[in-house]
Design a protein around this ligand. Structure first.
Ligand SMILES: *Cc1c(COP(=O)(O)O)cnc(C)c1O
Length: 822
């Protein structure tokens, strides 16, 4: 923050001056999340109400962490026990207040603020511009893609007085949002990245989108745009005086001409300036999107006074921005968090948060390079020291000359190296054992070499799971049910192939209410990995009751005989156990029929050891309109059976009936809880909200070999594949043993290489298969996308006459799962 504020000032800024305050400490951190408390006594918690949480519910937790200052909605009262020990600032709208505080801080910053908006490229432009400007300036930039109504204020709080320029991005998803962001950011220089033709939820037309986005720049001194985008150019040129517009184009006629020349190795960008000066930049990429992004960056850097050679120097240090925080398996059960692109405090903090959310291991190890942040080094490293202390790092390995300042001032174990090479010499496979290791360093330190050294060798095929997409999908379903409805997430079958432990851990962070697995073993594995949520076991085996008991797993009881056995077990153990009753309303798989309820009543009376936690049923055709009548019949019957059971129980346990498809179709029957499965994993089986969900997983492999094939030759087993014309094939490292279905053989399936479709040729083999890449510019080692963004699971499933569930759950356990946040 640019200036610390006392509570009196804060009250005034948010328009509420008559608070009685217990004491008036200065506020250094504004937080919205209970995980982000570093200096509790100097923090102000703003209680926001979102789709998933209400911040007010966490106030006691924050109080316990030592936070004493809270910004809350009118009428909110803290629990009486702590009421006279906290400072409360009441406002009508806490989000608005957060924005007002940000606008106030922004007003104190008199250096240039650059703001980026548009449909695509915002985050990349922001990151690249930030990196290039930091050759010369102390730069503040939004962390990751913090560009929303809440993300923008948080980004603004990241600006410090010593910064010389701030680069922020702004994103909106529906009309009437930009005004608020514009008032906070008040950019001096704007960049309009581009406008997509894709339909965006909430907007009627491209024109409306354009109008709304451009509101960000209404008071900007300069606005950078690409003249080749006709719609954007026409709109801006009519809306703004020409003296405020800075245009660039591929062709003559704009302020800057930036034309492209590609050769096999690199791309040249030839700059022609208004004063007719020329310069040729060289970049290492060739795709259209990156070339557009980098040209926006060049024009912005020039406008901020950087010279062409300095910009080129910055470009040389860029790599394609990989915005991910990735979890990887290391040797000896260690887990590595790969954050090798990061170079500032804001990013370090996010990575440490992510680390804190992981399962506990022996030690927390932080491998950190010098921060590339220009600024007051003492302050910066003081802050790093605070973070290390707060996040309870056990071992710090510092790399670089600056970071050695931390030597001796930390209480944790520490080692310092002056460069990455020295550290690499010291690292061995057995350096770490069962540790959680965060590797975070600026690009120039090349920390990917460290990750490579610590990471277990992986088989060429990986399943990448995007935990942010998972959060997105979870929240989507959360908005489809009442706030009080609980969510049970089905993590059976290895979480639909995604990997049960990491996904369960993430769901625990998201505060899901319940998990469900198919078998006892699956539940045991989750408990052993530290998962604490209640877990229902759908099909508990009768010979492992002791495991249920030992690990506090809650079995489904689906028949009188099972009830009796479990009851007897508990009696001999003098123990009680929570159970869930499966009521059969038409599935005819497992469960009590209505005719068995009398018997159930007797059993319940006979075995008070078994505590009925919930009643549920399962729909047979929730995803198909043709079964609507049947579904309603099931739901009504369920409701009736629940009443009967509750009559003889004397209370009503939780009731649940809806799976993912049901949540969408029958919200009136959500009862007390819903059971989310495939929807979380990115497939909306009804087909009603396909675009609202994000794919969470990408299955990827690599090209092992490329061959040139003459017309008429055959490919693979049984000579099934035939090349009609001469061409090229690639052998890729995935086969049916990895879960790549053999039914994809002979052109039924295709993969994406360099963004282009390559059909399967011949039969899929056990560990590999061949694809036709004639006409695709590919080389050995290139990445191959089997499915993920760009190839939908539904389409693939239809192609071989199955359902997405089967494709997901078939992926073999030998395929490495990799988790990341984008
Ligand atoms: C698997 C399962 C679900 C989840 O179904 P989806 O279609 O994946 O949402 C719900 N309830 C029961 C009993 C299940 O077995």
């Amino acid at each position: 923050m640019i200036r610390r504020l006392n509570l009196q000032e804060i009250s005034e800024i948010v328009g509420n001056a008559q608070e009685t305050l217990v004491e008036v400490p200065e506020v250094l951190h504004i937080i919205i999340d209970s995980r982000a408390v570093i200096q509790p006594d100097q923090s102000l918690f703003v209680a926001l109400k979102g789709a998933k949480f209400d911040g007010h519910d966490f106030i006691t937790e924050l109080y316990d962490l030592g936070v004493r200052n809270f910004l809350v909605k009118n009428g909110y009262q803290v629990p009486s026990g702590i009421s006279h020990e906290v400072n409360l600032i009441h406002v009508k709208d806490t989000r608005k207040a957060l924005q007002q505080l940000a606008a106030y801080q922004r007003g104190l910053f008199d250096k240039p603020v650059v703001a980026i908006t548009g449909s695509n490229g915002k985050t990349i432009i922001k990151e690249w511009l930030g990196q290039i400007l930091s050759q010369q300036f102390a730069v503040a930039k939004s962390p990751k893609s913090y560009n929303s109504q809440v993300g923008v204020p948080l980004s603004v709080f990241g600006i410090e007085a010593y910064h010389q320029v701030a680069v922020l991005e702004a994103g909106i998803s529906k009309p009437n949002e930009m005004q608020a962001l514009a008032e906070i950011i008040k950019p001096d220089i704007g960049i309009f990245s581009n406008i997509g033709t894709a339909h965006e939820e909430g907007f009627e037309s491209m024109q409306q989108k354009l109008q709304e986005k451009v509101l960000l720049f209404k008071d900007a001194r300069y606005l950078i745009y690409r003249k080749d985008q006709a719609a954007v150019a026409a709109y801006l040129e009519q809306k703004f005086e020409s003296s405020r517009l800075i245009s660039w184009s591929e062709h003559p006629g704009a302020d800057y001409t930036l034309s492209i020349k590609k050769d096999s190795e690199r791309t040249k960008i030839i700059l022609l300036k208004p004063d007719l000066g020329m310069f040729t930049f060289q970049v290492a990429f060739a795709d259209e999107a990156s070339l557009e992004n980098i040209r926006h960056v060049i024009v912005a850097a020039l406008s901020l006074g950087m010279s062409e050679p300095q910009i080129q120097e910055g470009i040389n240090h860029l790599k394609a921005v990989d915005m991910r925080l990735t979890l990887k398996s290391g040797y000896n059960e260690s887990i590595i968090i790969d954050d090798t692109y990061n170079n500032d405090l804001a990013g370090l903090k996010l990575a440490l948060d992510f680390m804190a959310a992981q399962r506990p291991k022996n030690r927390k190890v932080l491998i950190l390079s010098d921060l590339m942040q220009v600024g007051k080094a003492d302050e910066v490293y003081q802050e790093v020291g605070n973070l290390i202390h707060f996040y309870q790092i056990d071992l710090l390995i510092g790399v670089g000359l600056d970071i050695a300042r931390l030597r001796g001032i930390l209480s944790c174990e520490q080692r310092f190296y002056s460069n990455t090479e020295e550290l690499l010499v010291d690292l061995r496979e057995d350096t770490f054992e069962n540790d959680l290791i965060l590797v975070t360093g600026a690009r120039t330190f090349g920390f990917e070499r460290i990750v490579n050294k610590l990471q277990q060798r992986i088989h060429g095929t990986t399943l990448e799971i995007n935990l942010n997409a998972l959060t997105h999908n979870y929240n989507f379903y959360k908005t489809k049910v009442n706030p009080s409805t609980k969510i049970m997430v089905m993590v059976k079958a290895f979480a639909y192939g995604g990997g049960a432990t990491e996904i369960a851990n993430h769901l625990q962070q998201l505060k899901a209410d319940y998990l469900a697995v198919a078998y006892t073993d699956e539940g045991v594995a989750l408990r052993e990995q530290g998962i604490k949520l209640p877990i229902m076991v759908l099909n508990p085996s009768q010979d492992a009751f002791h495991l249920l008991q030992k690990h506090e797993l809650e079995p489904v009881v689906y028949s009188p005989s099972f009830f009796r056995q479990l009851g007897k077990y508990c009696r001999t153990q003098h123990a009680s156990m929570k159970i869930h009753l499966d009521l059969d309303t038409g599935m005819h798989r497992l469960g009590f029929d209505i005719s068995q309820l009398a018997e159930l009543k007797e059993l319940i009376q006979q075995f008070p050891e078994l505590i009925v936690a919930s009643l549920y049923t399962h729909l047979v055709g929730a995803d198909e309109a043709t079964h609507e009548d049947f579904s309603i019949k099931q739901l009504e019957l369920f409701s009736k059976m629940c009443s009967q059971v509750s009559n003889f129980l004397g209370f009503m346990p939780l009731r649940h009936a809806l799976n993912s498809a049901g949540i969408i179709r029958y919200p009136a029957y959500q009862f007390d809880m819903v059971r989310l499965g495939i929807g979380l994993y990115g497939v909306e089986v009804n087909g009603l909200f396909d675009t609202a969900l994000r794919p969470i997983s990408s299955l990827k492999t690599t090209i092992s070999q490329i061959k040139t094939i003459e017309a008429g030759e055959t490919i693979g087993y049984s000579r099934k594949g035939k090349m009609k014309n001469s061409g090229k094939i690639a052998t890729i490292a995935i086969g049916y043993a990895d879960g790549y279905d053999r039914r994809f053989s002979n052109g039924k399936g295709y993969v994406l290489i360099q963004g282009q479709k390559a059909p399967i040729i011949g039969n899929v083999c056990m560990d590999m298969c061949m694809v036709d890449i004639t006409g695709i510019d590919a080389k050995e080692g290139d990445e191959v996308l089997i499915y993920g963004p760009g190839i939908s699971l539904k389409e693939l499933a239809t192609q071989i006459g199955t359902i997405p569930y089967e494709l997901l759950t078939n992926i073999s356990s030998r395929v490495k799962r990799v988790y990341y946040l984008d």
